[in-house]
Design a protein around this ligand. Structure first.
Ligand code: DC
Length: 225
């Protein structure tokens, strides 16, 4: 099978990018890099330091100094990877509702995106990587070998997110999850970019394993030319 050096997966919130990315990376023996982690880590650190989500100069300074790392899981507690910032394990902290509420606003600032772009490229350029995000195929890694854009209906995405929260023991109504998702969609819309040369997958009704199977078949077909 063709072994592209860089595979990108972009798409809206809760479209199944993370599950798919992790599975595809595992199947190929690649590094899995969820770029949303950097935006979340920045938001977490900003909140911890009392930096407002609209204080762009302070956010940019923090982004440039931030010492965030994504490593293989260090604990078996359901995590896909371990995230650290300045040596502190923030894997679960970056998933807290407080971060969730502010991360779209923080990541909407073009100067913040520029500051985090280079950090993403450094990891991407090492190759043999599946990079997941919103603008990876278009902006961060426009020369990637294989670009995927993952779609799913808002209802399906809200159902998945709701299920995820309930299984974590959190209280959430479907209506609230659906509303939050639409709010995030609106905030993220400008930076969720579908590359012109992307392979588009609608994940409604498909399991991650189904999609990985489909993608591997496409990769194989491309090799044969
Ligand atoms: O995929 P996620 O929910 O972990 O992303 C968190 C936030 O970061 C979301 O508001 C969109 C933003 N993000 C982005 O703007 N660009 C990326 N490449 C990845 C994430």
């Amino acid at each position: 099978m063709l072994q592209p050096a860089i595979i990108t997966i972009d798409g809206p919130a809760a479209s199944g990018k993370s599950t798919l990315g992790a599975l595809l990376a595992k199947q190929l023996g690649y590094t899995y890099f969820d770029t949303g982690v950097l935006y979340r880590a920045l938001t977490y650190l900003a909140l911890a330091q009392g930096i407002a989500p609209d204080d762009v100069p302070a956010l940019v300074r923090l982004a440039e100094q931030m010492n965030a790392h994504v490593e293989p899981p260090t604990l078996e507690d359901g995590r896909q990877y371990t995230v650290t910032a300045d040596g502190q394990d923030i894997t679960w902290a970056i998933r807290e509702p407080e971060v969730e509420r502010h991360v779209s606003a923080v990541s909407a600032h073009p100067a913040v995106r520029t500051a985090l772009r280079e950090q993403q490229r450094v990891i991407g350029r090492r190759g043999r990587v599946v990079m997941v995000g919103r603008d990876i195929g278009n902006v961060v890694m426009p020369d990637a070998d294989f670009k995927i854009f993952l779609l799913a209906s808002a209802e399906e995405r809200a159902r998945r997110r709701h299920h995820e929260l309930i299984s974590q023991g959190r209280e959430a109504s479907f209506e609230q999850v659906f509303e939050d998702l639409r709010r995030r969609d609106a905030l993220d819309a400008q930076n969720t970019l579908q590359p012109a040369d992307a392979y588009i997958v609608n994940s409604d009704g498909l399991s991650p394993a189904d999609i990985v199977g489909k993608l591997c078949a496409v990769l194989e077909q491309r090799t044969r030319g």
